[in-house]
Design a protein around this ligand. Structure first.
Ligand SMILES: C[S@@+](CC[C@H](N)C(=O)[O-])C[C@H]1O[C@@H](n2cnc3c(N)ncnc32)[C@H](O)[C@@H]1O
Length: 269
């Protein structure tokens, strides 16, 4: 028995539907992806190992929505009422509508539901043909599709994690994610089989700010922070401006942007 068969046996003993359940446990232990009470969307969720782990980690007040082509059997009573499953192709608009509704976006319009989802996961994989370049391109396409769903559904600070087969365009995908999240980390959990070429991209801290580093703009200081910095708001987004006083209008350059606030330096006009 190899070290990795250990996870197959462990899954059987512990009642997980797939050994991949341990991958999500390990990814979550690494980066704290899932908090109690979260709403989690899991794309490519059958047979449901990740759904079991996500349901445990969100706890009784959380919600987990899983979508897959394949039917997902109901779960044990203890977690079944936290999990909603959708049978469909995640690349189709009608499946996305159902995901939006299940995740709490009542009107189901693109973009309208920003906020209800805390975490979007994708363990989607193509049916492998054995021709690596084709399989890799399909895997990347699925991961990019999942990222589009994530960018639409996640609120500020939200998390996205996706599997992708290693290959030439993965770096470009990562760079695109870096524009939209505070940081991105690539990792291979221990539960991944040795012969596998998959890795997981973990994109943490969805940025939804109306400003980006380097932007220059005039702002009105409306308040003072606990450290004495001036506070301006841009479309409801708070910018801290050192040395600026309430009532002043200052030209600033944005330095750093976090999910819920940013920093800007006054500049000479
Ligand atoms: C590796 S399995 C997921 C295992 C799952 N994370 C678990 O722990 O049970 C990948 C899944 O992605 C699904 N999948 C691939 N492409 C899909 C698509 N376009 N729409 C929906 N599901 C898809 C497959 O049907 C398959 O069940």
């Amino acid at each position: 028995m190899t070290g990795k068969d250990h996870y197959y046996n462990k899954a059987k003993q512990e009642g997980y539907r797939a050994r991949s359940a341990y991958k999500l446990q390990q990814l979550d232990d690494l980066e704290g992806l899932i908090d109690r009470g979260d709403t989690v969307v899991d794309l490519g969720a059958a047979p449901g190992g990740w759904l079991q782990v996500a349901a445990e980690r969100v706890g009784p007040n959380g919600t987990v929505v899983g979508a897959d082509f394949q039917r997902i059997r109901p779960f044990d009573d203890e977690i079944d009422d936290r999990i909603e499953t959708i049978r469909g192709d995640v690349t189709e608009a009608k499946t996305l509508d159902r995901i939006r509704r299940a995740a709490g976006d009542s009107d189901g319009e693109a973009g309208a539901g920003r906020g209800p989802v805390d975490v979007v996961l994708s363990d989607m994989a193509p049916n492998v043909t054995g021709e690596y370049s084709l399989d890799q391109a399909r895997s990347l396409h699925l991961a990019r599709t999942a990222s589009e769903v994530a960018l639409e559904l996640l609120g500020p600070g939200g998390t996205f994690a996706a599997k992708v087969f290693e290959g030439p365009d993965v770096d470009d995908f990562r760079t695109d994610l870096e524009d939209e999240f505070q940081y991105v980390r690539a990792t291979v959990p221990d539960a991944t089989r040795d012969e596998s070429s998959e890795l997981y991209l973990l994109a943490i801290g969805r940025l939804t700010a109306p400003v980006a580093p380097g932007d220059e703009l005039d702002v009105e200081i409306v308040d003072t922070g606990s450290e004495g910095d001036g506070i301006a708001t841009v479309e409801g987004f708070r910018l801290f401006v050192p040395g600026a006083q309430p009532g002043e209008t200052v030209r600033v350059r944005v330095d750093d942007v976090k999910p819920h606030f940013g920093f800007a330096e006054p500049i000479e006009c």
